[in-house]
Design a protein. Structure first.
Length: 135
């Protein structure tokens, strides 16, 4: 068994590349692959820790996004920021998007507009987005 990489996942399983194949392994020593990883560790290798930054940002529902914004103290600032858009067509489209979208994609231009209007950094926005994914 040739172990190339091993990384813990959010749920505690181990995502590994063994003999060129991606394998998801429970962190249970009764599992033969887990035993192999233990031997690999004994040879001086280590399982990489879970890194939240490795996870892709997913679409949020309006509920998820609004709860996260509310908890961070930003919700009441969003509509006034959108109302302040100078171009009437852009303003109307942004308000429609904000009020009626069924999902918000992290790369949606509206999300970027809100981020800039609230003065949030990309890192702060990502942290807010990740917190919303769990609600």
């Amino acid at each position: 068994m040739q172990i190339e990489t091993a990384t813990f996942t959010k749920d505690g399983t181990i995502q590994a590349t063994i003999d060129g194949q991606a394998v998801s392994i429970p962190d249970d020593m009764a599992n033969r692959h887990r035993k192999g990883i233990a031997a690999w560790e004994a040879d001086g290798h280590s399982i990489a820790p879970y890194d939240e930054g490795d996870e892709k940002l997913v679409a949020l529902t309006p509920r998820q996004l609004r709860l996260a914004l509310s908890r961070a103290g930003y919700l009441d600032l969003v509509e006034p920021a959108l109302e302040a858009i100078e171009d009437p067509t852009e303003r109307q489209e942004a308000l429609i998007e904000w009020q009626y979208a069924s999902l918000y994609q992290p790369d949606n231009p509206l999300v970027e507009s809100i981020r800039l209007a609230l003065g949030l950094s990309e890192s702060e926005t990502e942290t807010l987005w990740r917190s919303a994914q769990d609600t």
